[in-house]
Design a binder for this molecule. Structure first.
Ligand code: C2E
Ligand code: CA
Ligand code: CA
Length: 640
């Protein structure tokens, strides 16, 4: 019987090329990529053994060669389905959380297979060579087939279990591998002289490499979860299919602290341990890692799933995490989203994720998608349209809110606050439209409009007459990163004849914590020109001394929530009073926002807070009304 080895030679060529490309290819060296390499090597070696054995068989004098090559062939060839199962496991993360013993038991049939191959030269259970030097299969060979089939079917089982959640790029080559190997094994069994098995497998491996490996394109290494690109691809498709989905977004706000305190090894391990825990709650394909320590768990058709997952995770968060000898407690912020109720397309989901990542969770630990108003992409588009239509029209205008100087007992400054009114939407509040304007860049034009308006305001003779010395203007982080900002502002000021000390630019604490060089340069230039700068919303972001001391701030403004908190709890009061004392000692001015009544005013004066702003004095109002109000307070002694 002459064996045809052309297919095997073809397989060697394909496998060598695949191995070369795969080795040279840039990739993440994770478990699945190592297993894929092993799969390629194993198939290549087994094909070479097959060729060796065939050459010997076609030349019956080399009896020992037939024995040796066939033994090598069976050892390596039988390892291919084992490695394939291990590879599928790594890709789908199916055995995470299973004990080592269970994993060993799953893979142990190969040991029996290898043992039977090793003792074959003595007991000829798998094959034998007759006196004429011709190779024959023995009765026990079906054991090898059963064991290989077991591994293959196990892999099929894992694929079927995960197929609903697998992206196409994962499932197609894997299914092709299974189909082609079964067909080629069957072909070779029927026509034993056509050695097509290795060829079939090698074709599948090259398909897997080109379509699925780069693993790094789809799976995030540290968490073994599908990455952001897959999230975008899968959800764009799901929205097109009008599928009902529920999602739970999870964020670990303490991650930065862990990174700073314990270093990157521990924080990396924390992420992977946390991910392993998540895989106890959901299956592979139901969890995505969206960067910035943010995860998304998805369930199809089960609208109650996020609540259940939230309960489970919350309970787990009560306990510590054992990471490389350290016991770490972390907390999580979560948000549930339902589609199509909360989000109806991928853009609005993406918006939701962005908002979730930066959302300030002061009270609630579980947010609902509805809580984030801009998450509604329809609404966002409407607001974008309103902004665009209103620029350059009277849809935008600026209101002014007085700031009371306690020592002088009068109003001597104010804050400019922008307003937007749209025919269709009515009044749109800055908390909603400013973030949208920041994202689409129109904040630059809005900022310029407010700045010009404030310059005209401070030059109004009533401002001079009433003792309004300067005006506070909010500066968005996007403006702070705009090249040439200082010169642009200086130009407007000179056009209006405004002196630098008549302007105070407010920079939020979150913005001031950013580090890009351009921002640093802009703020330094602004203050070198003599423009006053203030730190806004102090106490709401990552408050630290560096932020406070980083730039030459003249005023530190406390967010109204911090102020209100000081009235509610003793701790809040102590923190607030001490911060004010420190600010006073540094020679800076402390400004309390949100002063709504006399009781609050008196308390704040008692805490030595120098400046007060709030509805008690006036809501933000148009220029004319503002001057009226200030006249009553400053001149007519009508104290609020
Ligand atoms: P902010 O800079 O912290 O402004 C203070 C906000 O608190 C204003 O809300 C003001 O109306 C409100 N407020 C003042 N006193 C009281 C009070 O006694 N009680 C209560 N409940 N609220 C009070 P507004 O005008 O809605 O502005 C919200 C935010 O929008 C501002 O927060 C600021 O971050 C942003 N913003 C407003 N105008 C501009 C602007 O021209 N440019 C930029 N970049 N941001 C702006
Ligand atoms: Ca402000
Ligand atoms: Ca503020």
């Amino acid at each position: 019987m002459a064996y045809i080895i052309h297919y095997d030679i073809g397989a060697v060529v394909i496998l060598t090329v695949t191995l070369l490309i795969y080795t040279l290819k840039k990739k993440v060296r994770d478990k699945s990529s190592r297993l894929f390499s092993a799969l390629l090597w194993c198939t290549l070696i087994s094909t070479i053994f097959d060729i060796g054995a065939t050459v010997c068989q076609n030349n019956p004098s080399a009896e020992s060669g037939i024995m040796l090559y066939n033994t090598g062939y069976f050892l390596t060839h039988n390892a291919v389905p084992v490695l394939f199962l291990a590879y599928i496991e790594a890709v789908t993360n199916s055995f995470s959380g299973k004990s080592k013993i269970v994993k060993f038991l799953i893979f142990s049939p190969y040991i029996l297979n290898a043992l039977l191959v090793c003792i074959n030269p003595f007991y000829t259970l798998y094959f034998y060579i007759d006196d004429a030097g011709v190779y024959h299969r023995s009765g026990f060979l079906y054991v090898a087939y059963i064991i290989s089939a077991y591994f293959l079917f196990f892999a099929v089982f894992l694929v079927i279990k995960n197929i609903k959640n697998m992206s196409r790029s994962l499932s197609f080559p894997i299914c092709a591998f299974i189909v082609v190997s079964v067909v080629s094994v069957a072909l070779q069994a029927i026509f034993p002289t056509f050695l097509v098995e290795c060829f079939g497998i090698s074709v599948c491996l090259i398909i897997i490499m080109f379509t699925l490996q780069s693993q790094s394109d789809v799976i995030e290494q540290e968490t073994s979860m599908l990455n952001k690109t897959m999230f975008a691809r899968d959800f764009s498709a799901a929205f097109k299919e009008k599928e009902r989905l529920s999602l739970l977004l999870i964020r670990i706000p303490d991650y930065k602290m862990v990174l700073d305190t314990f270093g990157s090894t521990v924080s990396g391990k924390l992420l992977s341990t946390f991910s392993q825990y998540i895989y106890k709650l959901v299956r592979f394909g139901e969890a995505y890692y969206l960067d910035d320590e943010c995860f998304a768990l998805v369930s199809k058709d089960d609208m109650e799933a996020p609540k259940r997952l939230y309960e489970n995770l919350s309970a787990r968060m009560e306990e510590s995490w054992q990471i490389v000898g350290a016991q770490i407690y972390i907390s999580t912020y979560m948000m549930e989203i339902h589609a199509p109720e909360d989000v109806s397309d991928y853009d609005s989901l993406d918006e939701c994720v962005t908002q979730f990542k930066s959302h300030d969770f002061t009270t609630k630990r579980l947010l609902n998608g509805k809580d984030i108003h801009a998450s509604n992409s329809q609404r966002r588009k409407e607001v974008e349209r309103a902004i665009e239509n209103s620029l350059g029209t009277d849809g935008f205008w600026v209101c002014y809110q007085p700031i009371f100087n306690v020592k002088e007992g009068k109003i001597n400054s104010c804050e400019a606050l922008v307003r937007l009114r749209d025919e269709k939407l009515g009044n749109v509040f800055p908390d909603e439209f400013i973030p949208i304007a920041e994202r689409n860049g129109s904040i630059i034009d809005i900022g310029k409009f407010v700045f010009e308006n404030a310059c005209a305001f401070i030059k109004d003779k009533r401002a001079v007459e009433l003792g309004i010395e300067f005006v506070h203007i909010n500066l968005s982080v996007v403006q702070c990163m705009h090249p040439g900002l200082a010169d642009e502002l200086a130009k407007i000021m000179s056009d209006y004849g405004v002196k630098p000390e008549q302007i105070c630019l407010e920079i939020t604490e979150t913005a001031s914590a950013f580090t890009p060089h351009i921002m640093e340069k802009n703020i330094q230039e602004i203050s070198e020109k003599g423009i006053i700068i203030a730190l806004d919303d102090f106490g709401t972001g990552y408050s630290n001394m560096n932020n406070l001391l980083r730039f030459p701030f003249k005023f530190i403004k406390f967010d109204k929530n911090i102020v209100w908190n000081s009235f509610e709890t003793t701790k809040g009061q102590i923190a607030f009073e001490s911060a004010v004392a420190m600010i006073n000692k540094l020679g800076l001015g402390a400004v309390a926002e949100g002063v709504e009544n006399h009781e609050q005013e008196q308390k704040l004066i008692g805490y030595n807070c120098e400046y007060l702003q709030g509805y008690l004095f006036s809501k933000p109002v148009k220029k004319d009304e503002f001057f009226e109000r200030v006249r009553e307070i400053n001149f007519n002694g009508v104290t609020p």
